[in-house]
Ligand binder design. Structure first.
Ligand code: MG
Length: 375
């Protein structure tokens, strides 16, 4: 029997983190938990610690850590918080693979530390690559560390590329469900509420990413992610709307062959692939039934009704700093929308204004972001 693969999971109480632990539950003969880290959900974290008995844990803040200790924490467990705590979790000598499933950029320094320590990275977080793709990929190359994408589209592309040489790849195509407002007219889009936006047709995810998939910004961030992961220029990365989410993405080879990855819409599939890579393990997920899928449709994204995708391509073409501005402006705008301080249709407008401000003066963009924060 193969040796246990020892994991550290960052963001273990979130949606992807919980799916990852469900994968661990199905493969206890192959996977073990060494480190767990969460933000502020102390109740869930505490029960996960009891179940998985990790060696090292970390929480987002000192307050959360104090609360965890108050609930009772075995003395044998090393417990920390913040950046330092996360770094202790990922660099523990027993850890083989780090799943980064926390949201935002909180895990960036931990991911860099894990790469330097030679740990394999399974990456479910977009922001790490959007904000610091060049840095992360360069460091991974220098330390011969694999970055295995968990985001379903990039995971599909990773499977399709399957060690082929970069010059053999002529195009990658990311599929997008199109979000819940795919069929809505511009007028109807004026009326979107946070409740409407949080109802995703095919995937169940956290609120930020669900709004991002409704505006198509999620796909824009994924284009940036793909650019770094696969070292592809933006003109070789295409997006098609595929509402059924059965084809998770496609790769066209230079001889004209197109390789696609299909599967059920469950994050446990890409998570297990990342954990088992380069092997393939049994799954308890249902088989994909093509006849039950019915008709699969594909069409071009509507850049007029969903300008966020256009803005993302624009940011990538403008160069390194612009995707960072795009991401920050989007985070602020989505937060404002979710707290009902900004209408849905204003999200792209805020991002466009911020990018424009950055065009005239990069430093000024920081001021305008501060302005947006005051909305
Ligand atoms: Mg995705």
């Amino acid at each position: 029997m193969a040796r246990l693969k020892h994991l550290a999971i960052l963001g273990c109480t979130g949606s992807v983190g919980q799916s990852a632990l469900a994968v661990v539950d199905q493969h206890t003969d192959k996977l073990g938990i060494v480190g767990l880290a969460a933000g502020s959900n102390v109740d869930r974290f505490s029960s996960q610690i009891v179940k998985y008995e990790p060696a090292v844990v970390s929480l987002g803040s000192r307050d959360a850590l104090v609360e965890l200790k108050r609930k009772g924490l075995p003395e044998s467990i090393v417990a920390g918080c913040g950046d330092e705590g996360l770094i202790d979790v990922v660099t523990h000598p027993s850890v083989d693979l780090v799943l980064c499933a926390s949201s935002g950029v909180t895990a960036l320094s931990a991911v860099l530390a894990a790469i330097q320590a030679g740990k394999t990275i399974a990456l479910a977080n977009k922001e790490v690559l959007v904000m610091a793709g060049g840095l992360v990929m360069d460091l991974a190359r220098r330390h011969s560390v694999s970055i295995i994408p968990v985001d379903s589209e990039h995971n599909a592309i990773h499977q399709c590329i399957d060690h082929r040489l970069p010059e053999e790849i002529s195009q990658v195509t990311l599929t997008a469900s199109g979000g819940p407002f795919r069929e809505w007219t511009a007028e109807r889009l004026e009326t979107v509420t946070p409740m409407d936006a949080l109802r995703h047709p095919t995937w169940s995810m956290g609120p930020k990413i669900t709004v991002d998939s409704a505006t198509l910004m999620n796909k824009g961030l994924e284009v940036i992610e793909a650019q770094w992961l696969f070292d592809m220029p933006p003109n070789k990365i295409d997006v098609v709307i595929h509402p059924q989410s059965v084809v998770h993405s496609l790769v066209e080879l230079r001889d004209g062959s197109v390789i696609a990855q299909l599967g059920v819409t469950d994050m446990k599939l890409p998570i297990q692939y990342a954990f088992s890579y380069p092997d393939r393990w049994e799954t308890t997920l249902p088989s994909l039934s093509l006849t039950q899928c019915g008709t699969l449709t594909f069409h071009e994204p509507n850049y007029e009704r969903f300008p966020c995708l256009r803005l993302a391509y624009q940011a990538i073409r403008s160069g390194f700093g612009y995707p960072v501005v795009l991401n920050a402006a989007n985070e602020v705008a989505v937060e404002a929308f979710l707290s009902e301080r900004l209408p849905f249709r204003a999200i792209p407008a805020v991002i466009e204004d911020t990018l424009d401000a950055a065009v005239s003066n990069f430093v000024k963009s920081v001021d305008s972001l501060e302005e947006i924060r005051k909305l």
